[in-house]
Design a protein around this ligand. Structure first.
Ligand code: CP
Ligand code: NVA
Length: 331
């Protein structure tokens, strides 16, 4: 997508006619009550699927899915989800649509809004998702940008709560790259309220402005169940954790940095020694795809504490709840 200046976003509540729609660009677009409602609905939809019930709440609705990066889970779960809800999804590779040939994001957003009821975008610069949301008249969902991956963290938290109950006040440890996943965990810590400990090598910390915004929100609320702490030593970071989670050391778009990153992240693998520092019933999560032997040992990834397959499944259920919320809530 070609870069464009981000127009001034209208302030919420300033002009009711400007933005009736809601978007999910990052977890700062949802509050704690909305997250709880999404989890409740995701649970109902999951149970309905288990019972073989048909839930056609999005009958004849459509979702355009624009992908600039590869995907297995995001593509399949959104596409299957729209079908399960009675609608349909269009897979739009940026290589095949005019966006990839220089049509502007704003023009594309305006045109696609005339055809579809919602847009899901997976792209590089987060600015691209913001521009899409600004110009689309239908809800826009961030299916991963360089900075944030909100659908994944909602699936992760849903998985945690299914297995351990409320995540309020839990201790969650992130080990590895301060990437889009780490940034989104930070937003979740402030919105939902849990203790997040991040352990990243020097020069690979998460975005400082995201940490500052999240910490300011926690302080303003005076929430003693929430905190964000950076700890260099991964074993120290994992101490007493209820959940340990990680992600690849080189994200999509960083392939050329792989060798340098492999050296920089030495010692940051989530292995049995790291898990031994955590609570004995601690869970292990990974958004996938995973590289066994790099950010996680095969023993942990495929071991009894790993819940990665349930986590991947929950992308489907939580996104179905998100789709209902955004596509129906705006009519
Ligand atoms: N976790 C995740 O978003 O996976 P995909 O890249 O396969 O969509
Ligand atoms: N951080 C990874 C997540 C993949 C789901 C990436 O952006 O490639």
């Amino acid at each position: 997508m070609t870069g464009e200046r981000t127009p001034q976003r209208p302030k919420r509540g300033m002009n009711a006619t400007v933005r009736k729609k809601r978007d999910l660009l990052s977890l700062f677009d949802v509050d704690a009550a909305e997250i709880a409602a999404l989890f409740k609905r995701a649970g109902e939809l999951k149970e309905a699927r288990r019972n073989g019930e048909v839930t056609h709440t999005l009958k004849s609705r459509t979702l355009g899915m624009i992908f600039e990066k590869s995907s297995t889970r995001t593509r399949v779960s959104f596409e299957v989800g729209m079908f399960q809800l009675g609608g349909m999804a269009l897979f739009l590779s940026s290589k095949d649509i005019q966006l990839g040939r220089g049509e502007t994001i704003s023009d594309s957003a305006k045109v696609m809004s005339r055809y579809v009821d919602g847009l899901m975008v997976r792209t590089y610069g987060h600015k691209n998702v913001e521009i899409m949301a600004e110009h689309a008249t239908v809800p826009v969902i961030n299916g991963l940008s360089d900075d944030f991956h909100p659908c994944q963290i909602l699936a992760d938290l849903l998985t945690y709560e299914e297995k351990r109950g409320s995540s309020k006040g839990a201790r969650i440890t992130w080990i590895g790259d301060g990437n889009n996943m780490a940034n989104t965990w930070i937003q979740a810590a402030s919105r939902v309220g849990f203790h997040l400990v991040l352990s990243c090598p020097v020069n690979y910390d998460p975005m400082p402005e995201v940490i500052e915004a999240a910490q300011a929100e926690i302080s303003a609320r005076g929430d003693s169940d929430a905190s964000i702490t950076l700890v260099r030593d991964p074993r120290e970071a994992a101490q007493k954790a209820d959940l340990v989670t990680t992600d690849v050391w080189a994200s999509m778009g960083q392939e050329k940095e792989t060798e340098r990153r492999l050296r920089a992240f030495e010692g940051y693998q989530v292995d049995s020694a790291v898990m031994a520092e955590a609570n004995s019933d601690a869970l292990f999560m990974h958004c996938l795809p995973a590289h066994r032997g790099e950010e996680v040992s095969a023993e942990v990834m495929d071991g009894p504490q790993s819940v990665v397959w349930d986590e991947a499944e929950n992308r489907l259920h939580v996104q179905n709840a998100i789709l209902e919320w955004l596509l129906l809530g705006n009519r």
